[in-house]
Write a protein that binds this ligand. Structure first.
Ligand code: SF4
Length: 485
């Protein structure tokens, strides 16, 4: 046996042992989780800790939901005047909690009931969240004594302070991005069947953001609540808009710097396409708070490469985006992690794998010794607006790319050998995406979505002076057909 072959065999043997250990570890975790879920079920068969402990609060629109699956509801102003904790503990939410304690299924949680009612054994988010040992399960007794009537601070909170954003990504909306809002105020909604960007709908739903020059009672209530909320928080995630362009984000960071909290995990969503002075400032702050909290995670979004990514996320400069990511990984505290959230849509299909190759380079370059990778990715698929879903594309195109993605995931799994870079959950996500891409829509739905596809991108090119067919030559023929519908 040559030296080279024996070295390779040793490396592969080590790899197989590692895989077996990891399999056993996963099995143990699953068994422990099932045991914890038995305790949860003793409270009631529909009980879910997330209704008490996990919350998202949109301070610019005064909406909240627990968890993120049910539709968000309005926070009544008279409730936060009484107590700022009503930003999370609304009367409406307390009614849903009571239903859970009585073993009733709140309708708003249909996302989980649908999964639990499937014929095969499936685990819903209710099970995952309620048994989570980082922010959830250990507070079971506290929830039981609070019941449905008392306020309880969340241990996992996501907050949006406002919608200031320098991007107008094609799948975003005016309530989430000020740049989108400016465009709609200037040019009106898009001429699709659903009137994309329509402000009347937001008005009807009471979802119009509070203007920046107006007093925001929700932000005021947040700062009243914050000092006592902070001590109970395990995870706090700031989203937007673009949080690094909002002064409240910097105020939180300053507070954290002055008030160490060893169990606090901070997460920030950023488009990483802002001026470099903000990224530089963020790295400095991340270094100064590093030993004051448990962890700091940065979440960014992209789902394609180069000018295709720039078309999808309008306002993005792909090179600056990747440079900023590198800068962050080189200059922020070395335990900070960077997560890429991929919202796969019809226009990601042609450069998705090239984008994964760029992530692979970053992951390799910044892999710390004996520590989890600092760069991770999460693949989900876009469902809204429906005409931007990958399912609008012709079957032949979807089939061909679906097969390529499946091969890529298998060939690049860490299970495939020492050169693999995709973790099992990432492989699973890509596999799920490949399967989803093969789903068929009914003819009427497909017709409407394709018509909207043509109408939307024709107007998009007109408003933004872009050129769909030039940026996506592989989809140009399909686009031409949509325009004729
Ligand atoms: S039951 Fe499901 S949808 Fe409802 S709060 Fe729990 S995890 Fe969320």
């Amino acid at each position: 046996m040559s030296n080279a072959t024996s070295k390779k065999d040793k490396k592969n043997k080590g790899h197989t042992e590692e895989s077996e250990k990891s399999f056993q570890h996963n099995l143990d975790n699953l068994n422990n989780m099932l045991k914890r879920f038995e305790k949860i079920s003793e409270v009631s068969p529909t009980f879910c800790t997330a209704k008490w402990l996990q919350s998202t609060v949109y301070l610019h629109t005064g909406l909240t939901h627990s968890c993120h699956h049910p539709p968000a509801h309005k926070i009544p102003l008279d409730e936060i005047e009484n107590s700022p904790a009503a930003l999370h503990n609304t009367k409406y939410k307390k009614e849903q909690r009571q239903k859970m304690l009585e073993g009733e299924r709140p309708n708003e949680c249909h996302y989980c009931w649908n999964i639990e009612d499937l014929p095969s054994e499936n685990m819903s988010d209710r099970m995952f969240k309620s048994t989570n040992t980082q922010w959830s399960f250990q507070h079971l007794e506290k929830i039981k004594s609070a019941g449905s009537k008392s306020d309880l601070n969340p241990t996992y909170l996501e907050v949006a302070f406002d919608n200031t954003c320098n991007f107008k990504c094609m799948y975003c909306s005016p309530d989430i991005s000020t740049t989108w809002m400016d465009e709609i105020l200037q040019n009106g909604p898009y001429p699709t069947s659903v009137k994309t960007g329509n402000l009347d709908w937001l008005k009807e739903q009471d979802r119009l953001p509070i203007r920046h020059d107006q007093h925001n009672p929700y932000v005021e209530a947040f700062w009243k609540w914050w000092p006592q909320l902070y001590k109970d928080l395990n995870t706090f995630r700031i989203t937007g808009g673009e949080p690094l362009l909002n002064q409240n984000t910097w105020k939180v960071l300053e507070f954290v710097n002055n008030n160490p909290h060893s169990e606090f995990n901070l997460a920030i969503n950023t488009n990483m396409g802002i001026q470099s002075k903000w990224i530089t400032k963020f790295c400095q702050v991340s270094n100064s708070i590093a030993d004051r909290i448990n962890s700091l995670d940065i979440y960014t979004s992209c789902e394609a490469q180069g000018e295709q990514a720039e078309y999808i996320r309008f306002g993005l400069n792909y090179k600056s985006f990747m440079d900023n990511n590198e800068y962050l990984l080189s200059n922020a505290y070395e335990q900070n992690r960077l997560h890429f959230m991929i919202t796969f849509n019809a226009l990601s299909i042609t450069s998705f794998l090239s984008f994964l190759a760029d992530i692979r380079k970053l992951r390799r370059k910044f892999k710390p010794y004996k520590m989890l990778d600092r760069v991770s990715l999460m693949v989900s698929y876009l469902q809204w607006p429906q005409f931007q879903s990958v399912l609008v594309l012709p079957k032949e195109i979807r089939q061909s790319y679906s097969a390529q993605f499946l091969n890529y995931a298998q060939e690049n799994s860490i299970e495939s050998g020492p050169d693999g870079f995709l973790y099992l959950e990432e492989v699973e996500q890509i596999k799920r995406l490949s399967q989803f891409m093969l789903q068929e829509l009914d003819e009427n739905d497909l017709y409407l979505r394709r018509k909207d596809f043509g109408l939307f991108y024709q107007e998009y090119d007109k408003r933004k002076k872009t050129n769909f067919s030039k940026v996506f030559p592989e989809l140009s023929e399909f686009y031409g057909k949509c325009l004729k519908l």
